[in-house]
Design a protein around this ligand. Structure first.
Ligand SMILES: [Zn+2]
Length: 459
């Protein structure tokens, strides 16, 4: 009898371990429960936090997955996924819940690839940026006419048209000279954006995100910046113009990584549209102003693309499992892309971390900066680059570096003061004390080990 019981218990345990987040649509309460379920299943690698509230007071919850949740480890990049920005585009929300559960379960079962990803990356997942819109769309449900119901937030605002427009400034600067990165927010920006947008902007400013994807629906394509057309005259509905960023080749590569790892996106023909390789420049599809991906690139160090993941914005429940299987590998591979290019510390001669130092790559008119802890990350395609680090009051330092196809190359900078003691030094905040960081290899550092169809409207 005891043997039978033990077999039964083992079966029960097995069943419990392999029980996934079920393939169903998750209303707000269900979504919150699911995030905390993952949190409770994998407490050592997860944390749930809120970045703010929607118009109707729903929390914008983020699940963080990392080996030291709540902590930025030096030289460990931060990456994010954002889902359900348009409340009626629901697949991303469900995929991100599946992904959360998947990373937790695979980490627990010792999957080497997932373990490595979790140890080397700090992953932030916001399954729903527009929980109010979702509730409106979900109340109507799938298979009901009303293509745009629930798209906007509770104030009727399209959140992907609600970020400060920095493109106008960068296009001016490209022609006439001026900063090519970290364009400032307008003084009164908070009064110009919705609560959800404000929460996300503050989130973007409080972590040094390196890579991101924003999950939408209504087409199947990986869309990369810029979204806003460079050409004034062609702005507007159904007018298009390829509007590449200085990092165009890199963005194309990031988009292709997703489309080719996706079950069918790369085939190009989807939902009655054709996109070669399953990717498109945003503005060459249709121009939009005040979108989130352009804002990421122009205001922060983060490279974001927009993933359109389903023809049907609100797929039937029975389609969710197929969609998860079609997206799972792509969602993982995209996260892994953050481990490319170069990264390192920027220090002064006394090994103080220099925050906000500018890292320039010759030939690419878009700089990145070191984060609050003095570490920087610069995504790059394989090749040989001339890289310069500068900080106010210090002599620039230039190195030549060859980037391969796999691991990021560690390139540290130690800057010397150009005029000793003359300029105020911006030190990285470290709880009041000067942090003297000697860069060591990770192993030693770690203690352990819609072509927009007019009848369908925008995606
Ligand atoms: Zn959308």
């Amino acid at each position: 009898m005891s043997e039978l019981l033990s077999v039964f218990l083992r079966l029960l345990l097995l069943f419990k371990v392999v029980t996934p987040v079920t393939f169903r649509h998750h209303r707000y309460d269900d979504l919150v429960r699911t995030l905390y379920k993952v949190r409770n299943e994998c407490p050592q690698i997860t944390r749930v936090y809120s970045i703010g509230r929607s118009v109707q007071g729903r929390h914008l919850y983020v699940l963080e997955i990392s080996d030291y949740p709540g902590t930025h480890e030096l030289l460990e990049p931060e990456v994010k996924y954002v889902g359900n920005m348009h409340g009626n585009e629901v697949l991303g929300r469900e995929l991100l819940l599946q992904l959360s559960e998947f990373l937790c379960e695979e980490f627990r079962s010792g999957n080497q690839r997932v373990t490595r990803l979790v140890q080397d990356t700090r992953i932030h997942i916001l399954p729903s940026m527009n929980p109010d819109g979702y509730e409106v769309a979900a109340a109507q449900g799938p298979n009901v006419p009303g293509y745009l119901v629930g798209r906007n937030n509770a104030n009727g605002v399209d959140l992907n048209r609600n970020f400060p427009d920095l493109n106008t400034y960068i296009y001016y600067n490209e022609k006439h000279g001026g900063p090519n990165h970290h364009l400032p927010l307008p003084d009164n920006w908070k009064s110009q954006v919705e609560p959800e947008t404000q929460a996300v902007i503050q989130w973007m400013r409080s972590f040094n995100f390196v890579l991101s994807a924003n999950l939408h629906g209504g087409a199947v394509v990986a869309n990369y910046p810029y979204d806003k057309s460079i050409e004034h005259r062609v702005r507007g509905f159904r007018h298009t113009a390829n509007s590449p960023t200085p990092d165009d080749k890199l963005f194309q590569k990031l988009a292709k990584v997703y489309s080719y790892a996706h079950g069918w996106m790369h085939q190009g023909w989807n939902c009655g549209d054709y996109f070669p390789d399953g990717i498109t420049n945003g503005a060459s599809w249709y121009s939009l102003s005040k979108g989130m991906q352009d804002f990421n690139y122009l205001h922060t160090n983060c490279f974001e693309i927009t993933l359109e993941l389903s023809c049907n914005k609100f797929p039937r429940q029975e389609e969710l499992q197929r969609e998860w299987l079609g997206n799972r590998e792509a969602l993982i591979q995209f996260l892994e892309q953050v481990h490319h290019g170069i990264k390192g510390m920027v220090l002064d001669e006394n090994y103080n971390n220099l925050a906000g130092a500018v890292i320039s790559v010759s030939g690419i008119n878009h700089d990145v900066t070191s984060g609050d802890h003095g570490d920087y990350f610069r995504l790059l395609l394989p090749g040989t680059y001339t890289v310069t680090a500068t900080a106010p009051g210090f002599d620039p330092e230039t190195v030549t570096v060859t980037v391969g196809p796999a691991e990021p190359v560690l390139v540290n900078f130690q800057l010397t003061r150009s005029i000793p003691q003359a300029s105020p030094l911006r030190r990285a905040p470290s709880g009041g004390r000067k942090s003297k960081v000697k860069v060591q290899p990770r192993a030693a550092r770690k203690k352990k080990m819609e072509r927009k169809q007019p009848w369908r409207g925008p995606a």
